[in-house]
Design a protein around this ligand. Sequence first.
Ligand code: NDP
Length: 337
Amino acid sequence: NKQVVIKNYVSGFPKESDMEIITSSIKLKVEAGSKAILVKNLYLSCDPYMRLLMRSQGSDLFTPYPPGSPITGFGVAKVLESDNPEFKEGELLWGITGWEEYSLLKSTQGLFKIEHTDVPLSYYTGILGMPGMTAYAGFYEVCSPKKGEYVFVSAASGAVGQLVGQFAKLFGCYVVGSAGSKEKVDLLKNKFGFDEAFNYKEEPDLNAALKRYFPQGIDIYFENVGGKMLDAVILNMRIHGRIAVCGMISQYNLDQPEGVHNLMSIVYKRVRMEGFAVFDYYPQYGKFLDLVLPNIREGKITYVEDIAEGLESGPAALIGLFSGRNVGKQVVVVAHD
Ligand code: NDP
């Protein structure tokens, strides 16, 4: 069983050499009465939060990966053996699994059965999985959008951002996205239908850039990056604006987080800033699928994936999130079926 193992806790920018590929000869077996399932992993999802699990210190949400063991993350897998009445042999699921060819999953909590297979299976690591639910919960529930509002999305071409922008457009908002390359900016404007987009790396003054794109101010900010961008956005919020704090990827490799300086504007503008965690919204997964699946089938929502082939390519793909190497949702293919 080939596995991606984390060697030690990581500080600073993660490196491929923080992980190694090993082959375990331990035989995985489903014990009778254990309620466990044995799965074959097909697609693995590279998600920014995984960096937070590489730290030596956990948080309210995350427990660090134990050094020397295979890392875990979201994935799509096929059930090979089951002692659990909820999952039968041959069924497909998505949820937390191991970064390895085969995993023995001792609990089926947080695993979702895949019922619709007329769309690419890899979508269950992205648009139809955790990141898709994040975009849905963050935009519809946390941002409380109104038609015609002005929306800004950072890391806008990524797994979550590309969908937030499309939801906002379908809802009738004006949407601007930021991303880190010309290729990504082109995708935002030409593929995902954002009204405007800009490369934040080429803007020496983010406050001035935001004033250019939002002369009237921002009603909704979908926050994915934190740091300087957040500071500049706060200055440009409209009265009664909302900031959905989804993540702050610019802070994940720093031992000391950067300071945010403009928070008084939250008071002046009476802005609501709210953090959220996707799993609180899992009970709405069925409702989410009912909204998104027809839109995918009718071509009204599109999704871009960046596919890395083979478990061996996993470490490079994962750390690539932090240099912006991925264009769209970063997926690792372990096996096609
Ligand atoms: P992406 O697919 O967007 O990949 C990460 C992207 O972040 C990179 O491609 C890069 O794009 C950008 N980035 C990397 N480093 C920096 C930096 N220093 N400053 C600015 N941008 C940077 O990731 P996801 O869509 O999966 O995740 C987006 C955010 O959502 C993350 O913050 C993540 O932690 C959060 N999240 C939160 C959840 C929740 O429950 N609250 C659930 C899921 C995700 P670019 O080239 O544009 O710089």
